[in-house]
Ligand binder design. Structure first.
Ligand code: 5GP
Ligand code: SF4
Ligand code: MG
Length: 448
């Protein structure tokens, strides 16, 4: 998922709903199932949300009605909770002292346990999302100042969360103690902006200030910005998969630019596996930066061997296997003039289920490629993610069921190589005290 928030009190020239719309548009790759914006004018919160893309849900004629001086927004793909309208975010609640809107990116590993506990004390639920669990947890401390209530909730909440909370007069951003999911802070003159990725700040013309720290609560209101450290651990667990696949290349998350990270992963892949071939191609778009890095390091030409239909969304994000398979064909096509008669190195960021690779390799063979060597800019994805990336089911992960040779055969490549774990750390210039790598290593930073 992706979240975006803006606080622009006293800035009548800033249309917060429209700004949130553009911010969410920049985060569309983080979720395509539903979108929503909640706006506060200091007296109450208005909400616009629904199923579909940002541009389908938030239309010009409706934005006009959303006036106020702050807003939060959300784009969703379902990791917990079904892909249905009621689970669209932000969620809005009436609390003891007014309305509150919440938008959440991540996944609580103990949501079910908390839900049961809350239900035992009389809470009722409308949705199957973690976000509503957080809202109810928070409601139990309604007598406290919101940031203190949040700090208390953070003791109970286990897992990954980048949360935006908007009351009628405050905007709050929270990041889990390990900083698993990203969240950054920017300014737009004297207005503040919070977003999942820095690219969304660029899009709305905001200046990057800093990342929200792991375990930090930032509170923005009339008095300005203040910060509270709810926890302070000596290590972090930023999701390494954000760099490999999920985030935009033009984003910088926790000090690492995504494009550069991918390029370095590609170079490292070449250092580890130099293969005789005529050219390097990528599986666009997520494999492209790594393919460029590989080509550069190997001294081979990079070519566009596959064309992507830019009007088709991320295939992986479609929830069912059938939709995913159709998605690959809609999305990619081989360029025969490039690949015919050639020995090809093809780079992709990851293999999850193997659907994409298998289909593409067949496409390339049909277009006349003579050899296809598949190189992957991440280690084998062998373990499910419980922190908000949709690889949750272990049975679906091809590297969990098969060894490398069996995967090679399944996808139909002439050879198959993955970057090593050490190589990945070397390329990113950080270690396992900085990243979560659980989907590769099985080392879960928050117990499941
Ligand atoms: P597969 O087809 O092997 O199941 O998925 C791998 C391909 O899907 C890669 O091209 C990767 O870029 C893309 N992909 C899209 N969404 C995701 C995701 O959430 N996780 C992973 N690992 N790959 C994804
Ligand atoms: Fe990211 Fe993988 Fe950790 Fe999930 S398990 S948070 S995808 S690194
Ligand atoms: Mg891809």
């Amino acid at each position: 998922c992706g979240v975006f928030g803006i606080f622009a009190r006293g800035r009548d020239d800033i249309d917060v709903a429209r700004t949130a719309f553009y911010g969410l548009y920049a985060l569309q790759h983080r979720g395509q199932e539903s979108a929503g914006i909640a706006v506060s004018d200091g007296r109450g919160i208005k909400l616009l949300k629904g199923m579909g893309l940002v541009t389908e849900v938030i239309r010009s004629e409706n934005i006009k009605d959303l006036d106020g001086y702050m807003a939060i927004g959300h784009v969703r793909y379902s990791t917990t909770g079904a892909s249905i309208a009621v689970n669209a975010q932000p969620l809005v609640f009436h609390y003891l002292n007014g309305m509150v809107a919440l938008a959440h990116n991540g996944n609580l590993v103990n949501a079910e346990e908390l839900r049961k506990r809350l239900a035992t004390y009389g809470s009722v639920f409308q949705t199957t999302t973690d976000t509503e669990v957080v809202a109810n947890l928070l409601a139990r401390y309604s007598q406290d100042k919101l940031e203190d209530a949040l700090a208390k909730c953070m003791i109970d909440m286990k897992g990954a969360y980048a949360l935006l909370i908007m009351t009628e007069d405050k905007l709050i951003g929270v990041r889990d103690p390990l900083g698993i999911r990203p969240l950054c802070l920017g300014s737009l003159d004297d207005a503040y902006v919070l977003a999942s990725e820095s690219a969304a700040l660029d899009t709305v013309g905001a200046t990057f200030i800093r990342d929200v720290e792991p375990g930090e609560i930032v509170v923005i209101d009339d008095k300005g910005l203040r910060s509270l450290k709810a926890s302070n651990l000596p290590y972090r667990a930023h999701c390494v998969f954000e760099y490999i696949y999920f985030a935009r290349p033009d984003s910088t998350l926790d000090g690492i630019n995504v494009y550069k990270a991918r390029r370095e992963l590609g170079r490292q892949l070449a250092r580890e596996n130099l293969i005789a071939a005529d050219l390097v191609i990528s599986v666009p778009d997520s494999g492209t930066a790594s393919a460029l890095g590989y080509a550069d390091e190997a001294g081979l030409p990079f070519e566009e061997g596959l064309m992507k239909n830019r009007y088709v969304g991320r295939t992986f994000i479609q929830p069912t296997q059938q939709m995913r398979e159709l998605g690959v064909k809609l999305k990619l096509n081989a360029i025969e003039e490039v690949v015919k008669g050639k020995r090809i190195i093809m780079i992709d960021d990851s293999i999850v289920r193997g659907t994409t690779s298998k289909k593409i390799i067949q496409m390339l063979r049909d277009a006349g490629a003579v050899e296809i060597h598949m190189l992957i800019a991440s280690p084998p994805t062998r373990f499910p993610c419980f922190y908000g990336i949709d690889t949750s089911r272990r049975e679906e992960l091809i590297a969990n069921k098969m060894d490398k040779e069996a995967i090679r055969e399944f996808i139909g490549a002439d050879s198959l190589y993955y970057i090593s774990m050490e190589g990945m750390f070397a390329a990113l210039k950080r270690d396992d005290k900085f990243f979560c790598t659980a989907c590769f290593s099985g080392d879960y930073p928050v117990k499941i």
